[in-house]
Design a protein around this ligand. Structure first.
Ligand code: SF4
Length: 343
């Protein structure tokens, strides 16, 4: 066993996390759901979403038999909604092609929508207690610093090197403890900023610490700045207090979720306003918010309008929703934010 894995396993016995919700009566399904939620999202943010989700969908069949709109309503606010859609797709594949039993084979797991090599490794290691490496953000940071890997981590050759390191350091036994320990050390001690090296079980052999470069690693390729797009939302409320939303059925961001009636051009928004029944009330104009996606930023400008006469617009998958119904559909975080502010 390498010194790295030995020190991590020893440390975990005393200090590691053992009572996260997905660790209680754990199984491969719980590990899968938690790992997908934890991609891009912090543990503390994930916990309430995970508890709600697992309560509603305690196993593969309950998830597979659900529908996309409902699953996305349980994902509302977590962002990166393709993760929720992929969970549903994969649950249906496991139900239909694997008798509702999660396979314990790396290649098979990796072939499912939304399961990459690291998530597959975590399912095997933590869920099945099978020896398999992981390389999530936390594990990557620990390995990069411990072995002082100086090349940018977003280069393919660095990723390959790190997978090799991850595999070489896997212990024969207690792989699940090792996996949890490296995740915990990355998340609690070897943090992105100000790593707490004095409390680290790896401090004695950590090359970055020895050479005082831990704050400089991991390195990344310089980022290109993201373009900004404008979006004009109309928050239309009718005389019954219902809100008009449109479903983003086309491919692209927020696919399958419900958003306000939106326009990329100010002119298109004003053309739409001119079609509303005369005498609508403008309640609030110019509520602004920003939202960042992986490839671009959105500047969102929102106008709240009250329509006192009958108005129907069923084009482009639009529907009126009352307040109770709004809690049961998939809404992107900025829509929830505007709704909380406005009604
Ligand atoms: S000693 Fe410091 S830099 Fe090295 S692995 Fe531990 S926390 Fe990270």
């Amino acid at each position: 066993m390498s010194l790295l894995s030995k020190n991590l396993i020893q440390w975990h016995n005393q200090f590691g996390r053992k009572d996260l919700p997905w660790q209680i009566k754990t199984n491969p399904y719980k590990v899968w759901i938690s790992e997908v939620m934890l991609q891009q999202t912090q543990v503390q943010t994930v916990i309430p979403y995970y508890l709600k989700f697992i309560n509603k969908y305690p196993d593969i069949n309950s998830l597979a038999n659900s529908n996309e709109n409902e699953v996305l309503s349980y994902w509302s606010g977590l962002g990166y909604y393709s993760r929720g859609r992929n969970l549903l797709k994969t649950a249906r594949i496991i139900r239909d092609e694997h008798g509702s039993i999660m396979p314990s084979c790396l290649e098979k797991l990796e072939s499912f929508p939304g399961i990459g090599k690291s998530t597959a490794g975590a399912i095997l290691s933590l869920g099945f207690k099978i020896k398999a490496p992981i390389l999530d953000g936390n594990a990557k940071r620990v390995l990069v610093r411990y072995f002082k890997v100086e090349d940018p981590i977003d280069l393919a050759k660095t990723t390959k090197e790190l997978w090799n390191i991850a595999e070489e350091n896997l212990p024969e036994k207690e792989c699940n403890i090792y996996t949890q320990a490296i995740m915990d050390v990355g998340s609690l001690i070897c943090k992105r900023r100000n790593p707490d090296c004095q409390s680290c079980p790896l401090v004695k052999k950590c090359i970055s610490y020895k050479e005082k470069v831990q704050d400089l690693l991991p390195r990344k390729m310089p980022k290109k700045s993201k373009p900004t797009k404008d979006l004009y939302w109309l928050l239309l409320e009718n005389k019954n207090g219902e809100i008009l939303l449109e479903n983003r059925s086309s491919k692209g961001v927020w696919q399958g979720l419900w958003t306000f009636v939106g326009f990329e051009e100010l002119q298109s928004r004003d053309d739409y306003l001119s079609k509303l029944p005369k005498g609508y009330q403008l309640i609030e104009k110019g509520l602004k918010l920003k939202h960042t996606f992986s490839h671009y930023k959105l500047d969102i400008d929102t106008t709240l309008i009250k329509i006192n006469e009958d108005f129907q617009d069923f084009d482009n998958n639009k529907m009126w929703f009352n307040r109770k119904e709004l809690t049961g559909i998939g809404l992107p975080a900025p829509v929830s934010k505007v709704l909380n502010h406005s009604i």
